[in-house]
Ligand binder design. Structure first.
Ligand code: 2IT
Length: 444
């Protein structure tokens, strides 16, 4: 690492002790943009990078609620309003036991660059709670969402901050939060995305992250003279992102042979197709956070306590969570002939795994690959503002164009001989627009 970057990181760490996921995300971006940053003294003079690393506003609040036994429970709620240079803060809400300020800061930081890459007018933010939906009843989830909104409603709005879903937050939770916002503010606006079809949601939003990831991977393959068809895929996770990716891979003639959860992974060499894909929605709705029932239902193999990266596949698409693929996993994948990893989860690879993959095979980071989710959220905001709904075809067409543009941006800034450094391409591509907007808007 360059001495200047080391110094920059040391001073960030002093100000944000213990926030290791946030440090990881900042270091990756800083290493990518440093040369570009130094070449443009106006950025350094205006401390653009330092400003980008400090959220504009962080809200932390108590979320008290009463469980089904009548016991009082306390969780912590957060919203990190990271950067509004390009538009209202935009980004998901995560409900998971592992949520900390560091996790939400890394996600909000990443979101700023990702949203910039989409070409749509959205700033970056992220929120959530350490509340775990696992094993909770529908009533408990509703009461939690309402209590969470009783505080958050004063900080968000269709032109201020527009949340959406993330891990643990899907259509049901967005519905409860939107309902409570509407009640408190007495207004029906596009304050959330990922809403239900019929009350302001956009067609294709549930599929968008997965579809977009596969569109992006297809562009990566096309640069290598290949396509989705005929290739075998390892997918991790079993939620919304994995579901959408599997649907699109199947449609384009690929075969997905794995799924995973906190309990282990499923190996289904026949391919996850048809009713097996629909079954993922049932698994998610059961709030159990396990994939073993899939293996029992369809007679597939279940490997407890392991990750799917030990299976021999052509392409891997991590769709679960941060740092789910480490250096050993990366080496195992490459040893088994995997030639492409497209990260659909946010920061799915550890820094060491990302570096190894970037050297040996084609690898693209989450902020480029998974940007289709928030891109269609942006399109949902557009439709809400127009008070019109677009057809599936219209939204899907726009999503495809956006993913192509993001891939082009990565190639423009990351081209390196006959290879593409997608990490560098995505980071510089995302950075430039935000930096220019911040410069134009003065020291704010
Ligand atoms: O990580 C992400 O991009 C999301 N969870 C989606 C954010 C959004 O506002 O749709």
């Amino acid at each position: 690492m360059k001495a200047e970057i080391y110094e920059f990181m040391e001073s960030l760490k002093l100000k944000t002790p213990g926030e290791k996921e946030f440090h990881q995300a900042v270091q990756e971006v800083t290493e990518s943009v440093w040369d570009y940053y130094i070449k443009n003294p106006k950025y350094q003079k205006n401390k653009i990078l330092e400003r980008m690393c400090e959220p504009e506003r962080t809200i932390i609040f108590r979320v008290p609620w009463v469980d089904d036994r009548g016991e009082v429970q306390i969780n912590r709620g957060y919203r990190v309003e990271f950067n509004s240079a390009l538009g209202p803060y935009k980004g998901g809400i995560r409900f998971h036991a592992t949520v900390t300020l560091s996790i939400l800061k890394f996600l909000g930081f990443e979101q700023t660059f990702k949203n910039s890459l989409t070409t749509l007018p959205m700033g970056g933010g992220k929120g959530g709670s350490d509340f775990s939906p696992k094993g909770k009843s529908d009533g408990e989830i509703m009461r939690f969402c309402q209590s969470f909104m009783n505080e958050l409603y004063r900080h968000i709005g269709p032109d201020t901050d527009v949340p959406a879903g993330d891990i643990g937050v899907g259509g049901r939770e967005v519905g409860y939060m939107f309902g409570q916002y509407k009640r408190l503010k007495n207004e029906f606006t596009g304050v959330f995305t990922g809403k239900g079809i019929g009350w302001g949601g956009s067609l294709i939003r549930p599929e968008a992250t997965g579809f977009g990831s596969v569109y992006f991977v297809r562009h990566m393959l096309q640069l290598m003279g290949k396509d989705i068809e005929g290739h075998t895929f390892a997918v991790s996770g079993f939620g919304n992102v994995a579901w959408g990716a599997i649907l699109k891979i199947n449609e384009l003639g690929g075969k997905v042979v794995t799924l995973s959860g906190p309990d282990g992974y499923v190996y289904d060499p026949d391919g996850i197709t048809g009713e097996k894909v629909d079954y993922l929605l049932e698994l998610r709705a059961s709030n159990q956070d396990i994939v073993e029932p899939y293996a029992n239902e369809f007679g597939a193999q279940f490997i407890p306590g392991k990750k799917p990266w030990e299976v021999k596949v052509d392409i891997a698409i991590p769709c679960a969570t941060q740092n789910e693929l480490d250096l050993d996993d990366a080496k195992e994948l490459v040893k088994n002939g995997c030639f492409l990893v497209g990260e659909a989860s946010n920061m799915g690879c550890t820094a060491e795994a990302a570096e190894f993959l970037g050297h040996h095979i084609r690898y693209a980071p989450g902020k480029a690959v998974n940007a289709g989710g928030v891109a269609v959220s942006g399109l949902e905001m557009t439709q809400n503002s127009m008070r019109l709904n677009w057809s599936r075809e219209e939204v899907d067409q726009r999503l495809q164009v956006i993913m192509r543009d993001i891939h082009d941006t990565c190639v423009r800034y990351g081209k390196n001989g006959d290879k593409v450094d997608y990490v560098k391409g995505a980071n510089i591509g995302g950075f430039v627009k935000v930096a220019e907007a911040m410069l134009a808007q003065g020291v704010v």
